[in-house]
Design a protein around this ligand. Structure first.
Ligand code: MF3
Ligand code: CO
Length: 254
């Protein structure tokens, strides 16, 4: 796997700042009555205005029934990951996960947030908070000399501690010139095991938890990952550079 030198990590900052800004803007504009396509169009305009490039649009891994049709993943309520933008109209209280990655000046950043549209509910806010706490715990473990299993275990401990469903089939990944690089960053694991973490490793850490059980189902589109029991899901993601001074969150929002 490719380690980045400090100059290259600096070169990744504009991508991280851009991705963070798009997610903040989407959270600001999202309203009851808007469609998922409206949000996708908003992000697409920001990409064009910045001279950035989508790494989602047209992406077609073998599992997708169609090439990816948008610049965002928009996963609502029981959808956890890879929800396709559509004419679905946002309803009051919807739990919306927005996942966004883009390339700026030759480098990719990848980040996700989950929030409720309109009214909030304690159940959803607790799930979202646990996902964010797990992300923070995973980031804190992303230090030189640690192991990947420390990151995975830190994430899993927060989710299990809160009683949420976790499925380790999908998780984080290396990020660099492309969106998905080695290594895999699992959302469950054992401390002290796995890859030795080194300065220069840049990874997307992305816990996603389910309010119910550990199982998921995939829609006929091949993309949308949903909770098998119809319970809510939430997802949070940052692109993080491991540096000699500790973790640097490239996609930090203000
Ligand atoms: N950004 C997602 C991830 O965190 C992947 C999105 S798949 C795409 O790994 F098709 F939408 F691009
Ligand atoms: Co990712």
């Amino acid at each position: 796997m490719a380690l980045k030198n400090p100059a290259q990590i600096d070169q990744m900052r504009p991508a991280g700042t851009f991705v963070a800004g798009v997610l903040s803007s989407l959270r600001d504009v999202a309203r009851v009555g808007m469609t998922l396509n409206d949000l996708d169009a908003h992000a697409h305009r920001m990409i064009d205005a910045a001279g950035a490039h989508s790494v989602y649009l047209g992406y077609h891994p073998s599992f997708g029934a169609i090439p990816y049709p948008g610049v965002l993943c928009t996963s609502v309520n029981d959808a956890a990951l890879h929800g396709l933008p559509s004419d679905r109209v946002l309803q009051d209280g919807d739990v919306l996960s927005v996942d966004f990655a883009a390339k700026v000046q030759g480098w990719v950043a990848d980040s996700a947030i989950t929030f409720q549209v309109g009214s909030t509910t304690p159940e959803a806010q607790a799930l979202i908070a646990a996902t964010e706490q797990a992300l923070a715990a995973g980031i804190a473990a992303a230090v030189p000399g640690g192991r990947m299993g420390d990151v995975s275990a830190a994430i899993g401990a927060v989710g299990r501690g809160a009683g949420y469903g976790i499925n380790a089939d999908f998780g984080g990944h290396g990020v660099g010139r492309t969106m998905h690089e080695d290594p895999h960053v699992a959302n469950l694991g054992k401390p002290g095991t796995g890859l030795k973490l080194k300065a220069g490793l840049v990874i997307a850490i992305e816990p996603w938890f389910m309010a119910g059980g550990d199982d998921y189902v995939i829609d006929d589109d091949g993309w949308t990952i949903r909770t098998a029991d119809g319970s809510l899901a939430a997802h949070a993601e940052h692109t993080v550079a491991i540096t000699k001074d500790g973790p640097l969150v490239l996609t930090a929002r203000d």
